[in-house]
Design a protein around this ligand. Structure first.
Ligand code: GLC
Length: 537
């Protein structure tokens, strides 16, 4: 449909799809996914209706944190292929009128990066100050109480040079010192390198961590800490991240990005709303999309979710474009969090809210977290805190393509196991079934993409209670009413002060589609509908 909605940019109109490259498609039979594998699945992604693919890190790495520990920012890990394969991937993505977003990990490198090897070699090395080195306290203990996100102190003693270095994550992931201008230069140069290759944007890893308190003050004790939580919860995370000058760095990244036409920056930021919004930057000079993770953490309750959507909408800066995320490689999968029946509602919510949706690979077929036996756990978060059941492996298992051995992911035993039920839960089975999750996703996406009201229209909440949530999406004269039942029990949508009539265009199960409704909708448990309104009120 040709409308004024064409004035919106691709990352405002389109849908982003996250690929965890180890687990998408293996092309060389080593049990690990790779770039050629992704290329072979581009037609599937295109058919799904995706605009942009975000690929988690594919750079050389010792894999202590599965690629989020980079030892060379300007190359490709041989496990995934090489720079030629990368160029081919980029070209094939563009040939399908899609976009490619890479993962940029600026907060820390691998301890095997030549910069860190130099930095730790002596106190006088020119790269010493590229990382964060501190003397011990007089009693020999750590410089402050900051904790690693993966458990234990964030300070690692280096006997060779008798100082501690700082690592927000693993000790194999030393934090770079972003207050050093040479570090800034080198890292911005990494962005330039990939932009010059023609990529369309970056998802920036733990963006709010780049700047810490310049005085390295202790974090305050968290009075709500309960034993059984990770050690970083003992303290309120205020001084170890989100430092006052982080926005200046973000602004520089944005300036560099603006030199290249039509690119996007997406920031991974887990912060409360007021702090999150700052990352749009003054006059929108920050990242285009600070990831909005509200739906990942809220209890699955209609009134709470409705209130949060309203708060988020109200908090957005002028011209700040919203976005929504239901899952990623660090979180429990949506089908495991809310169950399969509600995962259909979640899909409808994600694809009817105002703002750019990000879909995590496999969620479109309702993949669930896979139980990984203790002796097979690989994620360092799981290994370091075994008693807390926080391994991220279950949400990172190979894509389930077909009923063939190893689900068509690889002819070789995959790096993480598949679930027992992959023979019935896979793309090829779902392609043939009208009522499958995959077909629901496809229908929702294609409907959203041809209706400007859903794609870019305004959002107005209409009603919410303990069970249901309803809102309007409006563009010009077109208006849709979305009503979602977030429980398994039936309910009546019959708001007192909102009169409506229209036709149900799309539903989580197709039976009600085509029906006319007026001022009341009787919803089944786990049912959601999109109604095209005849006339507002
Ligand atoms: C981000 C990544 C996560 C990684 C961490 C450290 O949160 O999403 O997977 O472990 O950063 O790089």
């Amino acid at each position: 449909m040709k409308t004024e909605s064409n004035k919106y940019l691709w990352w405002q109109q389109g849908i982003i799809y996250q690929i965890y490259p180890r687990s998408y498609q293996d092309s060389n039979a080593d049990g690990v996914g790779d770039l050629k594998g992704i290329i072979s699945r581009l037609d599937y992604i295109k058919e799904l209706g995706i605009k942009a693919i975000w690929v988690s890190p594919v750079f050389p790495s010792p894999m202590a944190d599965f690629g989020y520990d980079i030892s060379d920012y300007k190359n490709i890990h041989p496990l995934f292929g090489n720079l030629n394969d990368f160029d081919q991937l980029l070209q094939e993505v563009h040939a399908r009128d899609m976009k490619l977003i890479l993962d940029f990990v600026p907060n820390h490198s691998s301890d095997q990066h030549p910069w860190f090897i130099e930095s730790r070699s002596s106190r006088n090395n020119p790269k010493r100050d590229w990382y964060i080195w501190k003397d011990p306290k007089p009693d020999g203990s750590e410089p402050n109480n900051w904790q690693s996100m993966f458990g234990g102190s964030a300070w690692q003693w280096d006997g060779n040079t008798s100082q501690y270095y700082y690592h927000s994550f693993l000790k194999e992931q030393p934090d770079l010192n972003w207050r050093n201008p040479d570090v800034q230069y080198a890292m911005l140069d990494v962005m330039r390198f990939w932009f010059n290759k023609g990529i369309d944007g970056f998802r920036i890893d733990v963006l709010w961590h780049l700047m810490k308190d310049p005085e390295f003050r202790d974090n305050p004790v968290n009075p709500d800490y309960r034993p059984g939580q990770p050690s970083f919860n003992k303290y309120i995370q205020v001084n170890n991240s989100d430092g006052p000058d982080v926005l200046e760095v973000v602004r520089r990244m944005r300036m560099l990005t603006n030199v290249h036409k039509d690119r996007v920056l997406i920031g991974e930021i887990y912060l409360p709303l007021d702090k999150l919004m700052k990352y749009y930057g003054q006059h929108n000079k920050g990242v285009h999309l600070p990831f909005n993770f509200l739906l990942l953490s809220l209890p699955w309750e209609a009134d709470k979710i409705a209130a949060s959507i309203t708060q988020y909408e109200a908090a957005l800066p002028p011209n700040g474009w919203p976005n929504w995320v239901l899952g990623n490689h660090d979180q429990v999968r949506i089908a495991s969090r809310v169950g399969l029946a509600q995962a259909r509602i979640a899909a409808m919510l994600l694809l009817t809210l105002r703002g750019t949706p990000t879909i995590y690979y496999g969620d479109e077929i309702g993949m669930h977290d896979v139980p990984i036996p203790e002796e097979e756990v690989q994620d360092p978060q799981g290994l370091n805190m075994p008693e807390l059941n926080v391994s991220r492996d279950p949400a990172r298992t190979p894509m389930q393509w077909s009923e063939y051995r190893y689900a068509g992911f690889s002819p070789h035993k995959p790096w993480l196991r598949l679930p027992d039920n992959y023979k019935r839960l896979n793309v090829s089975v779902q392609e043939g079934r009208r009522l499958s999750m995959l077909n629901l996703y496809k229908r929702l996406i294609s409907f959203r993409q041809k209706e400007p009201a859903l794609m870019v229209g305004s959002y107005t909440q209409v009603y919410a209670d303990k069970q249901q949530l309803a809102f309007l999406r409006t563009y010009g004269k077109t208006q849709f009413l979305v009503v979602l039942n977030l429980t398994h029990r039936p309910c009546y949508f019959k708001p007192k002060d909102f009169r409506f009539s229209g036709k149900i265009e799309l539903a989580t199960y197709p039976e009600p589609e085509g029906k006319m409704v007026k001022n009341v909708i009787n919803l089944s448990g786990d049912e959601g509908v999109i109604v095209r309104l005849h006339d507002a009120r």
